[in-house]
Design a binder for this molecule. Sequence first.
Ligand code: ZN
Length: 86
Amino acid sequence: MLLIHCPHCGPRNETEFTNGGPARSTRPEDATHLTDAAWVDYLTVPNNPMGWVQEKWWHNRGCGMWFTIERNTVTHQIQQAPDHVG
Ligand SMILES: [Zn+2]
């Protein structure tokens, strides 16, 4: 179970949140040259690297705020991202 620190409410159980996916995904430079399958992958398949990633989380069962955290996908250790609100 993850303990997530909402910037507005403080530490809360992960069951109060919804993971919004990667905070920053790189858009293909020239999408007109992608195959349909590659475009669908970009739109629907999030990167899932091992190690530290920045993710958006929504405190949907709390204050309703969206914010960004850094989470280690191997250890599930969490630290706040430098610009964690937004
Ligand atoms: Zn909150």
